[in-house]
Each structure stands twice: as C-alpha cells, then as structure tokens.
Design a binder for this molecule. Sequence first.
Ligand SMILES: Cc1ncc(COP(=O)(O)O)c(C=O)c1O
Length: 433
Amino acid sequence: MWFAQRFRASPEECTRRQLRHTSARKRRKKKMMQQVGELNPPYRLMLTPGPSSVDPRVYRALAAPLVGHLDPWFKTCMDETQSLLRQIFQTANRLTMPLSASGSGGIEASVLNALEEDDEAIVAVNGVFSDRMYEIASRATTKVIKVEAPYGLPVDAEDARRAGKGKKIKMIGLAHGETSSGVVTKIDAYRKVADELGALLVVDTVASLAAVPLHVDRERIDICFSGSQKAISAPPGMSPITVSTAAEEVFRKRKTKVQSWYFDLTTAMNYWGKERLYHHTPPISLIYALREAMRIVVEEGLEARWERHRVNQQALIAGVEAMGMGLLVKNPADRLPTVTAVMIPNGIDDVKVRNQLLEEFNIEIAGGFGPVKGKIWRVGLMGYCSQKPFVLLFLSAMEKVLQDQGYRVPAGAGVAAAIQSYSHAETAAAVSR
Ligand SMILES: Cc1ncc(COP(=O)(O)O)c(C=O)c1O
C-alpha cells in the first residue's frame, strides 16, 4: 500500500516492481556468497623485518580450543606464559606480561607510564621506530630531547650524556634493534648515562628479543618491551613487556594518572598479577601461540639461538657481497643480526625485484623507509626464518631475479660464498632450528 502511494503505481505494477526488487536482492546475496571463498592464504617465506613465518607447532597452538580468560586452567597457562617471558627477557621482574597490542603498544605503554607532563626525557633516534618512541614521548610531555644518528649508525651515548647535562632527565629511550636500518645499539653505555642522570632506561627490543644477546636484569634495563611477531616467531598482536622494581616505584609516585587507561601497567597487572582480576578480554589464542613459540625458544636455548642468528646472517652477508652488493651498515659490530640492509645496485628497480621474488618464489622481503626508500632492501632472518635452507634459497632466487632485471651476477657466487661461510661456523646447531 505504502509503495502504491509513494510511487503512484497501479497494484499490478507494484507487484511487478516488488518481485523485481526481491529477485535483485537474491542475486546480490548469491553473488556475495560466491565472492567470499574459504580462507586460503598463499604459503609465503617471510624474510621480512617482521612478521616472520611461524613454526607448525605454533599454528597447532592457535587452533586449540578457546577457554574463558578467567578459567582456572587459563590462569595456569598465564603463569606459564609469564615464566617463559621471564626466561627470555632474563629477568626476575614481577611486572612481566604480554600486552594485548602490537610492538607500538609496547612503546606507548613504556613511555606513557614513565612520563608525566613537564617531565624531561631523551630519546636516541636512528630510524623510524626510535623516532616513533620520540613521537609518543612528545605527546606525553613537551620536554623531550631527540639525539640523532643517520640511518646505518647507532646514536653515540656520549651525545645523550651531553644533552642531559644539568637537566632532570626522567627517562632515556632507545631501540636496541632499529629495524628500519638494521642497526644494533649497545645498551651498556646508555645504562651508565641513565645512572649518571638518575633516569629510567627504556629499551625497545621488538626486533632483537630472542635473537640478539640481551639480559634485562644484568643490563639493568628499567622497561623493556618487544613484539611477538619477530624473533619469537609467533603471530603479530602481542607485546611482551617487563618492568624493574625501580620503575614500578616511579609509577607509584606519579602525581597524575597515566593518560591511557588501556596501557596503565599497574591496573593491567591486576589481571596478570596474583589477583587475576578482569581488566580487558585478552586474545586467548594469541597467548596460546606466544606460549608455544616461547617454548620453542627455551627448548633451543637462548645462547644457541643467538648464535644461530649470528651465523645465518654471516652467511647471508657473504652471499650478498659475493653477488657484488654492498650493505648500508658499514661497521660489522653495528649490524643487527635479524635485519640486513642491502644496498640496491644502481639501475635496479626496488619494487620489480621484490614483486618477482614474491610472485615467482613466494619469498617476501621489505624495502626501505624514509631517506633510504628505494635505496635498500631489508632482509629479515628472524626466529623460524633464520635457517640455512632459507638463506640458500633466498640467495639463489635473488640471483635469478637480479639476472632477469639486467644485473650481472656471477653464476652461483652467492650460494657458494654462503656455503663457505657455513663451513666456518663452529656449531652444527647454529644452522637450523
Ligand atoms: C624496533 C621496532 N619497534 C617497534 C615496532 C612497531 O611494532 P608493530 O608494528 O608491531 O606495532 C617495530 C615494527 O617493525 C620495530 O621493528
């Protein structure tokens, strides 16, 4: 009736229009159902700076039955997860848990809990991710000093010391592994500066935890956070974090509330602490996966794992150099074992090479950011991906792709140099997980 009134049509015309309308709706619905097929992602070898491919055991953990976040069984699973985290961080810190967030959530939580308005802080910036820490800190207080180094170099701790002289610095932050340039920064010198200035030391280990030597307690890091998706080789979505008792004391003395309710570490710890009180609903399946990935780390042993990452990167570098390509990070001691920044040869198209690697070989690598965009490739060998067969596969695939793009590579030189490098490696355990 309303139809007839609105469109001033006869009853017969109304019926015809309604029938047409109904069958069009049915057709649209059918089309929608046809378009959304069963989930069937391609199998990629993710030699990226993260996420990395995961062990089949981790996939099995992801598929385990869900339980509630307050289920007594899950509480034990949480204890085990925290115990594994403490082993990997090498800490006895009470406040140790996985945040329900990616690595950037770890930065937010660390910085927002450490800083209040008008606090002074220093952030060492040598790439995109340390700059992100600076950006987040600048939202908490306007008094943040940036000390910088160009891409490819660590920031000199001496610059931080000079910048902090005579100031009341509350926090010094840095990225242990700067993923955008493939640089590792030594923590000790920063600890000394933080001690002199009476500051908390905040360290981003998103790209280094479980791959590069790190001892949170021995190195006296106050707040250390990471990401699940890199060298731990779990899916993205969790940010492990650990906080020293000294930093907990600073949190307790805050005059103002932490700006973020979600990332207020003291209240989040009501859930991860003894009380196990509801805070938010955590991603249960991701916690299963993280727990399994960390079991793999601990089974392998941290030292064996650090050595594996070192040896595989050495072989990759030997192969890349034998193919005539250079590296962004000139000083071997500054190279982050998980991410190798390879200079793109003159005249070679960054995107074409990456696309061909993906389409022809199912291998994903990454390009550069900011000032090094189009100038470097970033090849990640992290966790599950740091394996001899993958290094050799990548080098031979790269040879084929570069040749197709017109770059002359001596046949087999990359793989031969890598094999030679492996033959010098001291431990057999170093080459595969
Ligand atoms: C060193 C470092 N910090 C922080 C992040 C941010 O982590 P996410 O992308 O998981 O938020 C990344 C990501 O690549 C990183 O490499």
